[in-house]
Design a protein. Structure first.
Length: 450
């Protein structure tokens, strides 16, 4: 028999359907609880191995309240809920569940979610002996903050395995650096790592880029093309901005994950590929799944071992180390005798909010090295609009999407509506034009600019 599961669900029909599905799949059901109070009693008496948890329950306490208690006693849990607003999803994520499934769902989705959740739990449990044994830093990852060391520890745990990794974090937090670290610390380190920016792939060429094509498979296909997955065979493929992939391409990617094989566009032969997948996103994939823009089954396959990178504003004790690292790097590269940052300038860095994270800090230091008139950087020219936002704010806060939209609109206006090329908004924002076009389309500002 498989593990014992407690179902915490206040709708009897849903709970009973879950019970039937799970028993059919070989699981033992220790009981059904409709409230947190009932769940506590059942957990104490029946000792389940897992808890399936709805969010809205009878009584004053929610499933999220119970989740925090489950974490205290190290009892793994998964959410099953129809409540998918942004605030709820953020609260759910804080509890670090092993899965989140949106009602209504298919029986197959439930079983797959449980299988992957158990696999992830076993990896973490089996690797516990590694934790706190090797606290050495990883080359290229700068910082000593607790939140960063937690990330380093996770990288060291997962790198030697074959597990798929999902790196989550805001733009500029160093997701690609983490992917390289996972690769370099794995048995695949002597094989290639292939980088793919999913947002930069033209819609008409995504499949050709990822899986390759045969000669004559479409107009302009004058030669055979080897796709990124074949190029990465026996190595690692890093799929950056995975949330930007259209649904049709997600289906093909899921097949690669499940079957370990690809088929070139226009071909009739399948090829086995041995590729370790590391994906990254700055989006909430839970929200993308809830709103139908990302496949639930693909999300499960990618989210086996998530690593969340903290924004720079949450690791301010690392700012001085990072700033000095970039100072040495660019002073050496430009052959300038710039050796230090003044105390006043460091205070500026510490009080800034860093919306662009490490990437923004790096660009600032590079620019400041070139502009410095003495051997010390005495002052930083920080964006005034963002500096002002660092002051206490008492009005209505905007959502991240609204802020991103405003930021892009401001960039477009300052560039006279030009998106790509020299002097375009993409150059100003330091992102690829294709990425900017994708963001503009998503945010409804894709008309009237070129």
């Amino acid at each position: 028999m498989k593990e014992k599961i407690l179902i915490v669900e206040d709708e009897f029909i849903v709970a009973n359907d879950l019970k039937i599905m799970l028993i059919k799949a070989g699981y033992q059901i220790t009981g059904i609880a409709s409230s947190v109070v009932q769940a506590r009693k059942s957990i104490a008496e029946k000792k389940p191995d897992w808890v399936l948890l709805d969010i809205m329950l009878k009584g004053d306490l929610t499933g999220i309240d119970l989740a925090w208690e489950l974490r205290e006693i190290n009892l793994p849990f998964l959410y099953i809920s129809a409540n998918t607003n942004q605030t709820t999803l953020e609260a759910v994520k804080e509890t670090q569940p092993y899965g989140f499934m949106v009602k209504p769902f298919r029986e197959r989705d439930l079983i797959v979610m449980l299988d992957i959740a158990k696999y992830r739990f076993d990896i973490e449990k089996g690797c516990e002996f590694i934790q706190n044994v090797d606290n050495e830093s990883i080359e290229g990852i700068i910082g000593k903050s607790k939140v960063l060391q937690d990330v380093v520890e996770k990288v060291r745990v997962v790198a030697p395995t074959e597990t798929s990794v999902l790196v989550v974090g805001e733009s500029g937090t160093g997701k690609e650096k983490i992917a390289h670290s996972v690769h370099e610390l794995s048995d695949r380190k002597d094989q290639p790592i292939v980088i793919v920016n999913c947002a930069a792939l033209p819609l008409s060429l995504i499949e050709s880029e990822l899986f390759g094509h045969e000669k004559g498979s479409f107009t302009g296909a004058n030669t055979q093309r080897i796709g990124k997955f074949e190029q990465a065979n026996n190595g690692t493929i890093f799929l950056d901005e995975i949330g930007e992939l259209p649904l049709d391409s997600q289906v093909k990617l899921l097949r690669v994950l499940q079957e370990k094989e690809i088929e070139r566009l226009g071909g009739n032969k399948t090829f086995k590929v041995n590729v370790r997948i590391v994906a990254a996103t700055n989006r909430s994939l839970e929200k993308e799944v809830a709103e139908g823009r990302f496949r639930l089954d693909l999300y499960y396959r990618l989210n086996v071992f998530p690593i969340e990178l903290p924004p720079l504003r949450e690791r301010k004790e690392d700012i001085e180390l990072l700033a000095n690292f970039f100072l040495n790097k660019y002073a050496t590269a430009s052959r300038r005798n710039i050796s230090s940052i003044s105390k006043n300038a460091l205070e500026q860095l510490l009080h800034y909010k860093w919306p662009g994270n490490i990437r923004e800090l790096e660009h600032l230091i590079e620019r400041s090295v070139l502009l410095a008139k003495t051997t010390e950087i005495e002052n930083f020219e920080l964006p005034k609009s963002v500096e002002q936002s660092a002051e206490p704010f008492h009005g209505q806060l905007k959502s991240m999407e609204e802020m991103e939209r405003d930021h892009i609109m401001n960039a477009l206006e300052s560039c006279g509506g030009k998106v790509s090329g020299i002097g375009g908004a993409a150059e100003l924002l330091k992102i690829q034009p294709q990425t900017l076009y994708s963001k503009m389309k998503k945010l409804g500002i894709d008309k009237g600019y070129k």
